[in-house]
Design a protein around this ligand. Structure first.
Ligand code: VG1
Ligand code: CO
Length: 547
């Protein structure tokens, strides 16, 4: 088939964000826009000739259109084979697994994650490399550079393929295989976890079985959760809520936090609560964990999973190391100390874990933004996190609340919250950050309320594997006694700027372990405004979202 060259002009290909290109659907729908980005990826990737590419997305509006176009472009650019999830569906961790399992050169993961979907909402494209993980910065930098000079994209003229039927088609001489979206992923989970033990727990004895509520938020994990929790593990039908992926996620934000998964939270705090509640996000890489009457912060979840992971067969040999993003609480560091392993501190974004996982330096990773995962793939993984929790509870036979209390009694407790100020005018947000950084020299020894500032710095990371340096990754204010405030601008938003303020206070094992988080953080919240002038710079008196 002939390759057609379409003339185009350079476009705003977005400086590499935390997670690929994210824009409004209307922006992606402009002529040449998606094509320019996909071609920029292909122009940067080496070794396409004869190689396999994976394509899949979270099922949001515009997913199918971009997939069909990307298939034609892959054929024109010399790929030998494309693997695409049935219906265009692959959760982000499942896509990572397919790339690794089939030896693909990389994959296009189509999602805007936890951002809302629909004609007026968000879309995104991310390129993952052969290890299954998000492209590292040197590749995303090259893709961005290419978008500023691109002048043509390549396609073959072929009709859309049938995305809904498993099987093989030929597009311009390239093989396209529509594969089961769930099967390989579910099989991988069976190798890591003791499904028999979880099944036995779900079945229970005379006292009745362990109960679960999983909210798929009308997003991509629905089919995975139905297959794994209900079919394979025997949890009752109805365990999976909102289990059908919808193009607009039922008009909700598929963000598993206490604001957008409030129904689940309210259920878990009520008398009707099942034993365990969980949710995942648009593309299936995040997780929310709530026990009956007990919310577990993502930072605590990472620490608790790390402390108990050896109880699951996939981690029976112990952990090689732990890695967490800088704004994530230091709870995992204390577990690493106890285990005699290193806890690495990386910038925000999963791409920074890839080298540590590939080098066998870390086994479990996590972020405060509800991301947890391990070396089984190279993305964070929501369903995986739920399964590891279930496996641990099946072994320990205690409640989530009891496990949490036991953990704090041993390691102490890191009270934690994140305050987000969304859609601030970009220049106001930049001014706030610049002014804050400019004040650093004067901050040490200042007393604010009852808090005394010990240090202030801008986080910079040197990758221990390849030596690459990433600077300006967040401004940190450290207080005497171990409390901390971190200020950072989001790299995933599609509207203005989002200021994230991360608040953390540590109480050791003899301290207050049973207090309400807002009470424990009130002085830090007040200090954050004094130090950064949030209200003065932005006019905002309260955050939009607290997680
Ligand atoms: C946010 C989170 C970050 C996460 C990223 C992608 O980034 O803070 O921890 O890795 O989203 O997650 P930012 O730059 O907006 O703070 V997902 O679930 O969107 O792939
Ligand atoms: Co996500």
């Amino acid at each position: 088939m002939t390759i057609r060259t379409v003339a185009t002009t350079p476009f705003d290909g977005q400086k590499p964000g935390t997670s690929g290109l994210r824009k409004k659907v209307k922006v992606f729908e402009q002529p040449n826009y998606s094509e320019n980005f996909v071609q920029s990826v292909f122009d940067v990737v080496e070794g396409m000739d004869g190689a396999t590419l994976v394509i899949g997305g979270d099922g949001r509006y515009h997913n199918r259109a971009v997939i069909q176009q990307a298939i034609r472009m892959a054929a024109a650019n010399g790929f030998a084979r494309v693997l695409v999830g049935q219906g265009g569906i692959l959760s982000t961790p499942a896509a990572s697994n397919v790339i690794r399992q089939y030896g693909a050169i990389g994959g296009l993961v189509l999602s805007a994650s936890h951002n809302p979907g629909g004609p007026d909402e968000d879309f995104g494209i991310k390129y993952n490399v052969a290890n299954g993980g998000p492209a590292p910065e040197k590749i995303t930098d090259a893709i961005y550079a290419r978008t500023t000079e691109i002048d043509r994209w390549l396609t073959v003229d072929a009709p859309d393929i049938d995305l809904d039927t498993i099987g093989t088609t030929n597009v311009g001489g390239m093989v396209v295989e529509v594969i089961d979206s769930v099967a390989d992923y579910a099989a991988l989970m069976e190798t890591l976890f003791d499904f028999d033990a979880i099944r036995a727990m779900a079945k229970g004895g005379a006292a009745g079985g362990f109960t679960l509520a999983f909210d798929a938020m009308s997003a991509v994990t629905g089919p995975y959760a139905h297959e794994i929790f209900e079919k394979r593990l025997g949890f009752a039908p109805g365990t999976v809520r909102n289990g059908t992926p919808l193009e607009d996620f039922g008009h909700h934000h598929p963000d598993p936090n206490l604001v957008h998964a409030k129904d689940l939270y309210d259920l878990m705090m009520s008398d009707a609560a099942p034993d365990f509640g969980a949710a995942s996000d648009g593309d299936g890489d995040r997780n929310l964990i709530i026990g009956r009457g007990r919310f577990i912060t993502p930072s605590d979840s990472l620490a608790m999973l790390a402390a108990n992971a050896h109880m699951a067969k996939g981690y029976a040999g112990g952990l090689k190391g732990i890695a967490r993003s800088m704004p994530t609480s230091a709870a995992a560091d204390r577990v690493a100390d106890a285990l005699g392993i290193t806890c690495y501190e990386t910038p925000t974004g999963w791409k920074f874990f890839g080298n540590l996982l590939d080098a066998g330096m870390a086994t479990i990773c996590g972020e405060e933004s509800a991301g947890t995962g391990s070396d089984h793939v190279r993305e964070k993984d929501g369903v995986w996190a739920v399964l590891l929790w279930l496996n641990i509870l099946a072994v320990r036979r205690i409640s989530v609340d009891a496990l949490a209390r036991d953990h704090w009694a041993r390691f102490g407790r890191n009270y934690y919250a994140r305050h987000d100020y969304e859609a601030i005018e970009t220049d106001k947000a930049n001014t706030l950050m610049a002014a804050l950084q400019a004040s650093f020299a004067d901050l040490p020894h200042q007393a604010i309320g009852g808090l005394v500032i010990a240090e202030a710095d801008s986080f910079s990371y040197t990758d221990p594997v390849d030596g690459s340096v990433s600077s300006n990754q967040g401004l940190r204010i450290l207080f005497e006694g171990g409390s901390r405030i971190v200020f950072r601008l989001s790299g995933t938003g599609t509207q203005g700027a989002t200021l994230r303020v991360y608040l953390e206070r540590y109480e050791d094992r003899n301290g207050k372990l049973d207090a309400e988080t807002p009470n424990m953080l009130a002085d830090l919240v007040a200090a954050a405004d004094v130090i950064a002038g949030i209200q003065r710079h932005t006019g905002r008196t309260a955050p939009d979202v607290i997680t």
